[in-house]
Design a protein around this ligand. Structure first.
Ligand code: MN
Length: 225
């Protein structure tokens, strides 16, 4: 796997994102997984699995769901360098993915099939997550794609096990798994757009009662995106 696409999209003299070492060997320890909450043009969650020296990556607009009846759209994107798993900060506006990035969950993963490459080729990858927020058995299934999208489209689904739940985990656990910060805190610490980052954080309960009608509509629009 190659980081060519990853590097082509980015300007490392401007962005604090890691460039990635040339050839990462397959690590001896358990492969890592990371979910990064990313307030870019649109809020989304980047789901990444370490495999063969890179992070296989999917953009999940609504983030993972613990409810096995919920299928979450996951668009496969370019492989990312292993070092990216630790990246939490601000990508400058105007750069690719400009906005605030949070390490929302991190841990290791175990494939449930002996041949990961064959499973990926088939478009049906079953795996177990050992994270701080996400646990148990999951599957990524490739679909035929939506609306002529050129990116391979997958669905991220929780399997039924003791970790399945109807708790909305992205709302219940909104903070960073490595720094316990909200998006707004991360933006503030890195000179990012705090107000924009805060739109991806839980809204304070008081704002619901205080808000006037037009503001309510704005909030609804922001959530729908
Ligand atoms: Mn992203």
């Amino acid at each position: 796997m190659s980081l060519t696409k990853y590097r082509e999209k980015r300007n490392f003299s401007t962005s604090p994102e890691p460039e990635g070492k040339a050839d990462q060997k397959k690590s001896e320890s358990d492969p890592i997984f990371v979910v990064q909450k990313h307030r870019a043009t649109q809020l989304h969650y980047d789901f990444r699995l370490e495999h063969n020296g890179t992070l296989l990556s999917w953009a999940v607009p609504k983030g993972p769901s613990l409810d096995p009846s919920v299928k979450r759209l996951a668009m496969q994107v370019e492989d990312h360098p292993i070092e990216y798993a630790q990246f939490e900060g601000t990508i400058p506006k105007g750069e690719y993915g400009g906005g605030t990035v949070m390490v929302w969950d991190i841990g290791t993963w175990t494939p449930e099939q002996p041949d990961v490459d064959a499973a990926l080729k088939k478009g049906d990858l079953k795996f177990t997550l050992h994270g701080k927020k996400l646990h148990g058995s999951w599957v990524l299934v490739r679909t035929r794609g939506f609306g002529g999208s050129s990116k391979p489209t997958w669905l991220l689904i929780k399997h039924r096990d003791k970790y399945a739940s109807d708790v909305d985990v992205t709302a219940a656990k909104p903070k960073s798994a490595i720094s316990n910060r909200l998006l707004a805190d991360i933006a503030k610490a890195n000179g990012g757009d705090v107000e924009e980052a805060a739109t991806g954080d839980p809204q304070p309960p008081s704002s619901k009662t205080k808000k006037t009608k037009p503001k309510k509509q704005l909030a609804k629009t922001a959530r729908a995106r």
